[in-house]
Design a binder for this molecule. Structure first.
Ligand code: NDP
Length: 481
C-alpha cells in the first residue's frame, strides 16, 4: 500500500513485490509498487501538506507529534507482530524496543518543536535576526532491519521542523510505515505531510532525482549511499547517509569479563546480527582470551534460535533467502580463513511451521588474520570474529584499519584508558562498557564511509532546517551613490 493525500492508495505500476515471512518462507501478501505517476502524486500531496504544516504554530505541530507517540505506543503489540512477520526478528525484541524507540523519537521531537527559534543580532542602529525554516519536502529511504524505528527516526525531526516527508520503506519490509502514516493522520497530521511510496531501487531513485525534493536521508548500504549521493547531486539536495559498518569492540585485560561477554553478545546477536552498528570485530586482550572465549561460547550455547513469534526466542530468522545464502557463504569462507569455534550452521531444529525459515545459529570465529574477508567485510548476520591483541597502540591501529566508521566499543575498568582510546577511534558512536545503546537524546551517526550526518539528538534538527538571515535597516542607507 502507498499512502498520500492522507489515505491508503494502490500503486499503479505493472510490478508487484511479494512480502515474504522470513520465519517460514511463506508469502504474507503482495504490494503493487509505485509508478512514476504515483510518485508525482505523492509529491503533489507533500506540497499541499507542506503548505499547511509549515504555516501551523510549532506548539501545535509538537502536540500532534506527541499524540502520535501516544497512539504508536498504544498499538505496540499489534505493530510488533507485523514487524516480526516482515523482518524475522524475535518478538521479545520488537515488543520491547522497535516501536518504543520510534515513539521516543516522536515524543522527543514533539517536545522540542515549540522551542525551535532563530537569533537576534544587535547591530547598533540596525539589527538582524535569523529564522529557522523547514527545507520543504524531504525523502526518507529506509533499510529493512528496523523498519518502523527508521521511519520514526527520520520523520520525527523532519516534521518537528515543519517539513513534509515522502518515505520509502525497504521492499522487504513494506507494512509498518503505512501504519505509522495512519497513526500520524489519526493524531491530526494534515493530509500530505507524511506520505509512503513502495518499491525497489528505481522507485527510490525517482525520489533522489526529483527536483522538488530538498533533502534525502538514507539508511542502507555504502554502495547505495554513493548512488544516492550522486543522484542527489543533480539538484544539490541536502543528504544524510546512515550506512554500513564493521565496528570494533575492544576488551582490555582489566575488563569485567562477564560484562564484556554480555557486551559482545549484544554487539553481535541482537536482531540476529542485522544491526549496522554491531561490533563484529571483537578484539580481546591476549591474556584473558581463553577465559573470555570459554564464557562467551558457554553463553552463546544458551541462546534460543528459532520461531521469532516464540517469546523465548533470542535469535530469529534472517531477512530473506538471498541474504541467508550470502551469510552462509561468508561462514563457508570464514571456515577457510579462520577457526570456527561455535555455530554458523543452517538451523533447522524442531521448528514446526518454521522449518523453511532462514535461520542460522550464532557463529563465533577466531583469527589473527586482519586481512580475512570475515574481518574486513560487513556480513550483517549473526557472525562474530574474535581477534587477539597485546598493546593499546596496536589495537587502536587495527580497530581503525577499515573503510567504515560507524561505531566502536571499549570494555575496561581504567577510566583514563577508556577515554584515551575512544578519543583515537575513528567512529561516530562509541560506547564505554556497554554496546548498541541508542537513547533518542544522543546523536547517532557515522564517520568515514559509513556515511555522514546524525540521527537523534538536538543536532539532527540542523539537518532538517535552514537558517534565513534577515537584516533590518533602521537608519538611512549609507550609500556611495
Ligand atoms: P540497501 O542499501 O540495499 O537499501 C536501503 C534502501 O535504499 C532500501 O529502501 C532500498 O530499496 C533503497 N535503494 C536501493 N538502491 C537505491 C538507489 N539506487 N536509489 C535510491 N534508493 C535505493 O540496504 P538494506 O536494506 O539491505 O539494509 C542493510 C544495510 O543498511 C546494511 O549495510 C546496514 O549496515 C545498513 N544500515 C545502516 C544503519 C545506520 O544507521 N547506519 C542502520 C541500519 C542499517 P530496496 O529495499 O528495494 O532495495
Amino acid at each position: 500500500m502507498l499512502y498520500y493525500n492522507g489515505q491508503r492508495q494502490t500503486g499503479t505500476s505493472n510490478h508487484s513485490i511479494e512480502n515474504i515471512n522470513p520465519a517460514n518462507g511463506q508469502i504474507i501478501g503482495t504490494i503493487q509498487t509505485a509508478s512514476e505517476d504515483d510518485v508525482q502524486k505523492a509529491i503533489e500531496s507533500a506540497k499541499s501538506g507542506f503548505r499547511i504544516w509549515s504555516a501551523m504554530s510549532p506548539t501545535e505541530r509538537g502536540r500532534i507529534l506527541r499524540k502520535a507517540a501516544e497512539l504508536l505506543r498504544s498499538k505496540n503489540d499489534e505493530i510488533a507482530r507485523i514487524e516480526v512477520e516482515d523482518t524475522g526478528k524475535p518478538i521479545s525484541e520488537a515488543l520491547e524496543v522497535d516501536i518504543h524507540s520510534g515513539a521516543d523519537a516522536l515524543e522527543y521531537y514533539g517536545g522540542i518543536a515549540a522551542s525551535l527559534h532563530g537569533e537576534h543580532y544587535d547591530l547598533g542602529a540596525s539589527f538582524a535576526y535569523t529564522r529557522r525554516e523547514p527545507l520543504g519536502i524531504c525523502a526518507g529511504i529506509g533499510a529493512w532491519n528496523y523498519p518502523i524505528q527508521i521511519a520514526c527516526w527520520k520523520s520525527a525531526p523532519a516534521l518537528a521542523c515543519g517539513n513534509a516527508m515522502i518515505f520509502k520503506p525497504a521492499e522487504l519490509t513494506p507494512r509498518s510505515a503505512v501504519l505509522l502514516a495512519e497513526i500520524y493522520s489519526e493524531a491530526g497530521l494534515p493530509d500530505g505531510v507524511f506520505n509512503i511510496i513502495q518499491g525497489e531501487a528505481e522507485v527510490g531513485q525517482l525520489l533522489t532525482r526529483h527536483p522538488d525534493i530538498r533533502k534525502v536521508s538514507l539508511t542502507g548500504e555504502v554502495g547505495t549511499g554513493k548512488k544516492v549521493m550522486a543522484d542527489a547531486a543533480g539538484s544539490l539536495k541536502h543528504v544524510t547517509l546512515e550506512l554500513g559498518g564493521k565496528s570494533p569492540l575492544i576488551i582490555f585485560d582489566d575488563a569485567d569479563i562477564d560484562e564484556a561477554v554480555n557486551g559482545a553478545l549484544l554487539a553481535n546477536f541482537y536482531t540476529q546480527g542485522e544491526i549496522c552498528s554491531n561490533g563484529t570485530r571483537v578484539y580481546v586482550a591476549q591474556s584473558i582470551k581463553t577465559e573470555f572465549l570459554k564464557k562467551l561460547i558457554d553463553k552463546t550455547k544458551l541462546l534460543k534460535t528459532g520461531d521469532p513469534m516464540d517469546i523465548k526466542t533470542q535469535v530469529g530468522a534472517l531477512i530473506s533467502r538471498e541474504h541467508f545464502e550470502k551469510v552462509l557463504t561468508y561462514i563457508d569462507k570464514g571456515k577457510e580463513e579462520a577457526t570456527l569455534l561455535y555455530g554458523g550452521e543452517r538451523f533447522e531444529g524442531d521448528q514446526g511451521e518454521c522449518k523453511d525459515g532462514y535461520f542460522i545459529s550464532p557463529a563465533i570465529f577466531e583469527t589473527d588474520d586482519e586481512s580475512a574477508c570475515i574481518v574486513r567485510e560487513e556480513i550483517f548476520g549473526p557472525v562474530m570474529t574474535v581477534l587477539p591483541f597485546t598493546e593499546e597502540t596496536e589495537v587502536v591501529r587495527k580497530a581503525n584499519d577499515t573503510i567504515y566508521g560507524l561505531a566502536a566499543g571499549v570494555f575496561t575498568r581504567d577510566l583514563k584508558r577508556a577515554h584515551r582510546v575512544v578519543q583515537q577511534l575513528e567512529a561516530g558512536m562509541c560506547w564505554i562498557n556497554n554496546y548498541n545503546v541508542t537513547p533518542v537524546e544522543i546523536p547517532f551517526g557515522p564517520y568515514k564511509q559509513s556515511g555522514f550526518g546524525k540521527e537523534n539528538g538536538l543536532v539532527t534538527l540542523d539537518a532538517y532546517s535552514q537558517l534565513k538571515t534577515v537584516y533590518v535597516e533602521m537608519d538611512k542607507i549609507d550609500s556611495p551613490y
